[in-house]
Design a binder for this molecule. Structure first.
Ligand code: ADP
Ligand SMILES: Cc1cn([C@H]2C[C@H](O)[C@@H](COP(=O)(O)O)O2)c(=O)[nH]c1=O
Length: 228
């Protein structure tokens, strides 16, 4: 039975790499995929991974109709054995409905890849609809890590290393940006809640307010640690 599968995770956990691996393995066996993306960092009509791999893709902009596009593609005598969609968080809910229809009516597997939540830990519309409609939601096995070493489950937006909580939901960007640029950092929930980015933790560790610790004050003293 064909399936709608949502491969989800934080930024930088290997989603695009997995999309390219699925594409490689299937095309190596003679299958032909249709690859879609939206607003990839590498530019329009590209699906790119931080490992340096990139492939051409159809840009699924606002208003793009996946079902109509695939019906037209097939009825012109072209092949499509499966569908890959990267950056699926950016899609509208109705576009996810079209993908479900591609699975049910055109009987094609659809593999969608995307981050689940935004920098405010709210669901993206596309991800919400995927959670509602997917046959399976797969969390990627390669864990992205918070600076403290715990599994990263949330995406923070940063400016100058500081976490921000105001702004547009969609701002295309990357992790490991220069300090003065808008960037992203993956964090565990504890540190996302406390807005403790790596830079903030580093600054706190160096702060004279918390160092040196006076041992005579006992355990009530706040000590710089990975659980700050
Ligand atoms: N220089 C590197 N060497 C090995 N692995 C790397 C390197 N750079 C990035 N990666 C891997 O690539 C992953 C990010 O892959 P990518 O597919 O771009 O992520 P996503 O699409 O989830 O944002 C990182 O989590 C890491 O595992
Ligand atoms: C958290 C968050 C992310 N984005 C953007 C930043 C990137 O361009 C993509 C995620 O790409 P990746 O391949 O998973 O790294 O999403 C955004 O626009 N808004 C956000 O809140």
């Amino acid at each position: 039975m064909p399936e709608l599968v949502f491969f989800s995770g934080t930024m930088d956990c290997g989603k695009s790499t997995l999309a390219l691996q699925i594409e490689h393995n299937r095309s190596a066996r003679g299958l032909q995929g249709m690859i879609f993306t939206r607003d990839d960092r590498a530019g329009e009509g590209k699906l790119s991974s931080r490992l340096g791999l990139v492939t051409d893709a159809v840009e699924a902009a606002e208003g793009f109709d996946f079902y109509a596009y695939l019906v037209a593609h097939l009825s012109q005598g072209n092949r499509a054995d499966y569908v890959i969609v990267d950056e699926a968080q950016f899609l509208a809910g109705e576009q996810i409905d079209q993908l479900a229809r591609v699975v049910d009516d055109l009987e094609l597997d659809v593999f969608a890849f995307g981050i689940t939540t935004d920098f405010r830990s709210k669901l993206f519309p596309g991800s919400q609809r995927l959670v509602e409609l997917a046959d399976r939601v797969e969390v990627l096995q390669v864990e992205a890590l918070c600076w403290c070493g715990a599994r990263a489950t949330h995406n923070a937006r940063t400016i100058g290393g500081e976490m921000v909580v105001e702004g547009a939901q969609v701002v295309v960007g990357d992790v490991n940006q220069a300090p003065d640029e808008v960037g992203y950092e993956v964090l565990c929930r504890r540190h996302h809640r406390r807005r403790t980015t790596a830079a903030a933790a580093h600054a706190a560790a160096l702060s004279p307010d918390v160092l040196p610790v006076d041992p005579s004050l006992g355990d009530s003293v706040s000590r710089p640690s990975s659980r700050s």
